[in-house]
Design a protein around this ligand. Structure first.
Ligand SMILES: CC(C)(COP(=O)(O)OP(=O)(O)OC[C@H]1O[C@@H](n2cnc3c(N)ncnc32)[C@H](O)[C@@H]1OP(=O)(O)O)[C@@H](O)C(=O)NCCC(=O)NCCS
Length: 371
């Protein structure tokens, strides 16, 4: 006899999986990543270190990091004529949809789509981590009739990603904050997109399909799409007073304010948001945009007073990306590019210890009808 469990709308608080990858310890205010604190890692390490940590289980030394970077660099290029795909898309295609199409198409080039060993999945993960920044940046350029920007081997992984987006070699400060943003976006336990990827992988479907589904999940503004929505709000508000007015209006109309609230961090600030807030403070000072910092802090204060809600990562990542000169339509694709790491690690873990996801329902429809 199977145990009956109670219904939790949105699976709120339900444990869906075992994992060795990450855990949100809200009480301790720690995001645990294979035993380390993500915030400590983000302050002292680089995105590529997290790649090795999540895919291989250990932090690399300098030599190992450089070997990993070389491996990724060899995989930057997309298959011949791959960009033709994006030229065929309607110009109004959202970059997240272009990204979804691109990842889906990569499956057709995979030599062993049925490979499920840890080593095979790791190789595909590295290939995706190398290629997805190229797809993100250049599908956008193609949709906007701009020139494709080829990856540059002499730049670091994150410098190259930012360069492919903006066309400029970033300063050391810009590259460091961009890399830090990739780290805080890299993995976060069981959000909707990770759950989606694991659900798909649990049917023994391939990793490209799992990630394609995850892009669709992450696009929604209750999830990754929130960072773009935040920036549109800040721009619409224009000034601190204008922004406060806009937020009051939204609350009056009972609209959700993007960038606030979180299923897990209900009454506390997302530790990742705190880190990006500090990044914004420093970037705003360097770029003479303290007004943007002031606006964000005013919004944070207002939401705390009016609703008892705290900013999530997207609230502070959005203005950081703005000051890095990144087009708004790319904020969510960049979030996905960073999260590719966590998603691949989760898919690999799912394959290694699989149980098909197949929940039940609480039926509320009629019974006993006859045709
Ligand atoms: C993230 C989110 C979906 C979590 O939602 P959840 O756990 O399902 O909680 P709910 O949406 O049911 O919200 C609970 C209550 O708080 C309110 N609330 C939550 N987030 C809110 C927000 N951003 N703005 C205004 N009210 C909010 C809800 O209206 C609801 O109030 P009610 O009980 O009076 O109806 C939600 O906070 C949200 O929509 N935030 C904005 C989108 C966002 O920033 N997403 C990125 C997440 S990292």
């Amino acid at each position: 006899m199977r145990e009956k469990t109670s219904y939790k709308p949105g699976l709120d608080g339900v444990i869906a999986s075992e994992t060795q990858l990450s855990y949100l310890d809200v009480e301790a205010e720690e995001i645990v990543l294979r035993g380390y604190d993500l915030i400590e890692l983000a302050k002292s390490r680089q995105y590529l270190d997290l790649v090795q940590l999540l895919l291989q289980g250990e932090l690399p030394d300098q030599q190992e990091r450089s070997t990993l970077e070389q491996q990724l660099k060899k995989e930057y290029d997309l298959p011949d004529n791959f960009f033709a795909l994006f030229h065929k898309l309607p110009k109004q295609t959202h970059p997240m949809d272009a990204l979804r199409t691109g990842i889906s198409a990569l499956a057709g080039y995979e030599q062993d789509l049925n490979g499920r060993s840890e080593e095979q999945i790791k190789q595909i993960a590295l290939s995706l981590l190398a290629k997805i920044p190229n797809i993100v940046a250049n599908s956008y350029h193609i949709l906007y009739d701009e020139k494709v920007i080829a990856p540059r081997q002499e730049l670091s992984y994150s410098e190259n990603f930012l360069h492919m987006i903006t066309g400029k070699k970033p300063t050391a400060t810009e590259a460091a904050y961009f890399d830090q943003s990739l780290m805080v976006y890299s993995e976060h336990e069981m959000p909707n997109s990770t759950f989606t990827a694991r659900v798909i992988a649990s049917t023994n479907s391939d990793i490209y399909g799992a990630l394609t589904g995850a892009v669709a999940s992450l696009k929604g503004n209750l999830h990754g799409g929130a960072n773009e929505a935040v920036m549109h709000m800040l721009l619409e508000g224009k000034t601190t007073d204008g922004f406060r007015h806009l937020l009051y209006e939204k609350l009056k109309k009972k609209e959700k304010v993007m960038g606030f609230g979180h299923r897990v961090y209900m009454k506390k600030m997302d530790p990742r948001a705190l880190l990006m807030k500090e990044a914004l403070r420093e970037l705003a000072a360097v770029k003479n945009r303290n007004d943007l910092m002031e606006m964000c802090e005013a919004g944070e204060q207002l939401m705390k007073e009016e609703k008892g809600l705290y900013p999530n990562l997207d609230y502070y990542a959005a203005p950081v990306y703005y000051l890095l000169g990144i087009p708004i339509d790319l904020y969510t694709p960049i979030f996905f590019a960073a999260r590719t790491l966590g998603l691949c690690a989760h898919v690999s873990e799912q394959y290694a210890n699989n149980k098909l996801f197949r929940p039940r329902v609480l039926y509320t429809g009629p019974r006993g009808l006859h045709p």
